[in-house]
Design a protein around this ligand. Structure first.
Ligand code: NDP
Length: 486
């Protein structure tokens, strides 16, 4: 089987594809069939060195260009991505198994949005003028950090590569990006397109590998910043490594987000929100609202409507535009999800729908609905990262807020209600970085995205991301003779 616009080698360094077959082989597996559709090689120490040296060499000249010039290149890359949306979406589907109906609207398009947005901002990154007594003043300038490392998870390989690369490059940094070993292909196309759009060699590099390659990148003294999208345990390790040398860090980590549905909510809208927050990308979304707290008055109606709507999901060939649910990304992730479903039943949760693996080919599992889930159950506490929705009952707002926040995570949270003041009160009370009122899981580039508590530090997207890819320099200017006490 072949996939479209196949990257021609494992790594993209200094403006070109680079191969080193001495690195351990990483098979590329199509999740819908389990077939090996290609292979890449993990980076050897020589490849890591090539990439870091190239990024370091390129950085000063890249930062010396005007923001408008850098931005033009990013915006050109955005245009190329949009023109090639179909082939890039097909590639994303080969890489992740996500249905083409999703990848066509959520991956290369989201990456293009990031490149366009930060390309637009690049020319407007300025400091400020601070007047002082006696005519003295301070001016500040916003400087690049230097070489940044991006490390990605497997659920949104194109999007993550661009969400990190676009703001980093806009600010005058260069980047070495390491995709997840499970989805190595898409980031290479981001690098190739940036290069085609005019990014000088070394500005955006991609190297393959497992955690050890990520760790080697993070620990290199030439690296000024790391941005990781991954699980909390990996985040703890990478954040600690970055701290050793006071490197800047953005951690976009996991969650177990609450989605609260009050009696007065529009039922169909709330069911839609819970579907978006649990089953999109086969449940492999960090911000998913997997603890669905439903007020007792509408619990039965909610469960009935949800089960009915789940029956309409089209599970199958991801390349068929009618398909709405594809496979899990890997056999391993499928087994993790199956295990959680088993634990859920053993601990007394009521299985309302789904729960079973589908077929022998590929990594498919039914979207799964549990009711009567309690706060202490494993499925209500741990991130599953699969299509498993847990419904928990509640009586009062005060009670549900305490329970919603009783978690180490704080990535996202949502509320469905038609009570205006309650919607804002509840949002204000959420211990979460990204909140939703009467919708769920949208992540437009214009809005900050990220978590609090164990779900991470820093923000991606929006003007906030600029702060995490630049640093402020203050310059004190004296307009009078310098005086000293003696
Ligand atoms: P992992 O934490 O397993 O891996 C994330 C990345 O880190 C991978 O590229 C991995 O390499 C790499 N890595 C692993 N160990 C190290 C190390 N010691 N040093 C440096 N890099 C390392 O996450 P998954 O890929 O399994 O992704 C799922 C997780 O990502 C979930 O918890 C999810 O919630 C989170 N996520 C968060 C998002 C957010 O924006 N907050 C968005 C999407 C996902 P490799 O796997 O190749 O070995």
């Amino acid at each position: 089987m072949t996939y479209p616009t196949q990257p021609t080698a494992s790594h993209f360094i200094d403006g070109q594809y680079v191969e080193d077959t001495n690195g351990p082989e990483i098979p590329v597996i199509y999740p819908a069939t389990g077939a090996v559709i290609g292979k890449v090689h993990a980076a050897t120490p020589e490849i890591v060195e090539l990439a870091l040296a190239s990024a370091k060499r390129a950085q000063k000249d890249w930062a010396a260009m005007s923001g408008t010039e850098r931005g033009r290149i990013l915006r050109r890359a955005a245009d190329i991505m949009r023109e090639r949306n179909h082939v890039l979406s097909v590639l994303e589907t080969w890489d992740t198994g996500k249905p083409l109906s999703e990848t066509t609207v959520a991956d290369a398009t989201s990456a293009a949005d990031a490149l366009e947005y930060f390309g637009g901002l690049a020319g407007s990154l300025t400091g400020e003028h601070i007047p002082l007594a006696g005519g003295d003043f301070v001016y500040t300038s916003r400087e690049a950090l230097g070489v940044c490392v991006g490390i990605g998870a497997w659920n949104y390989p194109t999007q993550i590569a661009a969400w990190k690369g676009a703001p980093a490059l806009a600010c005058g940094n260069t980047m070495v990006f390491k995709p997840s070993e499970a989805t190595p292909l898409c980031a290479l196309k981001v690098a190739e397109i940036l290069s085609e759009a005019g990014a000088p060699p070394g500005v955006y590099n991609v190297v393959q590998g497992l955690g050890n390659v990520g760790a080697a990148l993070v620990q290199d003294p030439r690296v000024a910043k790391v941005s990781l999208t991954g699980s909390v345990p990996t985040g703890r390790k990478v954040y600690a490594m970055a701290a050793q040398n006071m490197k800047h860090a953005t951690m976009e980590l996991g969650g177990k987000s609450p989605l609260i549905i009050f009696d007065d909510a529009d039922l169909d809208s709330a069911v839609s929100g819970a579907i978006l927050g649990n089953f999109y990308s086969t449940g492999q979304v960090c911000s998913n609202g997997t603890r669905v707290f439903v007020q007792k008055g509408i619990k039965d109606a909610f469960l009935a409507r949800m089960a009915e709507r789940m029956g309409k999901a089209v599970i199958g060939d991801p390349m068929d535009m009618a398909t709405t649910i594809g496979p899990m990304v890997s056999e391993r992730q499928l087994e993790i999800v199956e295990n959680y479903i088993r634990i859920g039943q053993e601990e007394g949760a009521r299985l309302v729908a789904g729960g079973k693996r589908i077929g022998n080919e590929g990594f498919f599992i039914e979207p799964t609905l549990f009711a009567d889930v309690t706060d202490d159950m494993t499925i209500a506490r741990e991130e599953i990262f699969g299509p498993v929705l847990s419904v928990l009952d509640f009586d009062t707002e005060e009670e549900v807020m305490a329970r919603a926040n009783a978690t180490e995570f704080g990535l996202a949270a949502g509320v469905f209600t038609n009570d205006l003041t309650r919607a804002h009160r509840v949002s204000a009370g959420f211990e979460a970085g990204t909140c939703y009122i009467n919708t769920y899981n949208l992540a437009p580039v214009e809005a900050p995205f990220g978590g609090v508590k164990a779900s991470g530090v820093g923000r991606e997207n929006s003007k906030e991301a600029i702060k995490h890819y630049s640093q402020v320099k203050s310059v004190y200017v004296a307009m009078n003779p310098c005086e000293a006490p003696f």
